[in-house]
Design a protein around this ligand. Structure first.
Ligand code: NAP
Ligand code: GCO
Length: 265
């Protein structure tokens, strides 16, 4: 029996997928046969996203929605179900980061990161699971992080959120696996997107950003990841090929989590 990686006939919602990792995942889902739905906070970003998908031959469906707004999410999911179809695949991709030393971080900033990176995956998953149960199957993929496993200076809120997202993934697996819903995490390493641009920018003297060199020394692959590096693993987790994979976080990190770091020469 050929393993089924096809997404033909499936409706996939990828949150925050106007660009970056979400866009790369949604684009690959379209190539695998899925109908693509995405959201962004503002119509102008949704329009830009629609144009980007169209430019690569994908007729995506875009919705304006702030994933932290539960009423707005519920309204968006109802509109998607009416206009596109029941959501078979949800990728909780939308996310933010604030890089601030913890003792300098306001509680408001901390809460905002938790709201987008952890509360929102709860809100959106809660909105789509009932129809997945009715339909008899579903796939939920939460975009975790190296910070689901590791800490580092200035990212306390983000690490707390992504660590929580790993456990939310395991809990959705535990509660809804009986309904043929698989919930897994996808854990990117350091990927070249707008979110990490500040960590890679060339210094005034033309030298590499110190963090750029740091990450290369911590990555056996000796390179930053591209969003496209995540596409294949994301298709696997969205397809029938992973129907007995549940509560797992698949790290796509070039080996960072396995590696203590480049030893001194
Ligand atoms: P990005 O380039 O900053 O894109 C984030 C996307 O999320 C944007 O489209 C953004 O929309 C959207 N978004 C943010 N807040 C939102 C909200 N409240 N409602 C709806 N959409 C919202 O980030 P990325 O690098 O592609 O990362 C995508 C995901 O991967 C995030 O969860 C991130 O934590 C995770 N991740 C990234 C890396 C990495 O190295 N890049 C590694 C591990 C995990 P706007 O444009 O409107 O802000
Ligand atoms: C940072 C980076 C990381 C990446 C990613 C690593 O400031 O350390 O933004 O958090 O975004 O989460 O997996």
């Amino acid at each position: 029996m050929a393993v089924n990686f096809s997404l033909e006939g499936k409706v996939a919602l990828v949150t925050g997928a106007s660009y970056g990792i979400g866009f790369a995942i949604a684009s690959e889902y379209a190539k695998a046969g899925a109908t693509i739905v995405f959201n962004d906070i503002k119509q102008e970003f949704v329009d830009k996203g629609l144009a980007s998908y169209k430019a690569i031959g994908i007729a995506a469906h875009g919705y304006v929605c702030d994933v932290t707004d539960e009423d707005g999410v519920n309204e968006m999911v109802k509109k998607i179900e009416a206009e596109v179809g029941v959501i078979d695949i949800l990728v909780n991709n939308a996310g933010i980061i604030k890089r601030i030393p913890m003792i300098d971080m306001s509680a408001a900033d901390f809460r905002q990161v938790i709201d987008v990176d952890l509360n929102a995956p709860f809100i959106v998953s809660k909105a789509v699971i009932p129809s997945m149960i009715t339909k008899g199957h579903g796939k939920i993929i939460n975009i975790c992080s190296m910070m689901s496993e590791l800490g580092r200076e200035t990212v306390s809120a983000y690490a707390a959120a992504k660590g929580g997202l790993k456990m939310l993934t395991r809990n959705i697996c535990s509660e809804y696996g009986q309904f043929n819903i698989q919930c897994n995490g996808l854990g990117p390493g350091y990927i070249a997107t707008p979110q990490t641009a500040p960590l890679r920018e060339t210094q005034v003297d033309g030298s590499k950003h110190p963090f750029d060199s740091f990450i290369l020394a911590k990555t056996p692959a000796n390179r930053w990841g591209d969003p496209e590096d995540l596409a294949g693993p994301a298709v696997f987790l969205a397809s029938d090929a992973s129907n007995f994979v549940n509560g797992h976080v698949l790290y796509v990190d070039g080996g960072i989590l396995a590696y203590i770091g480049k030893q001194p020469d």
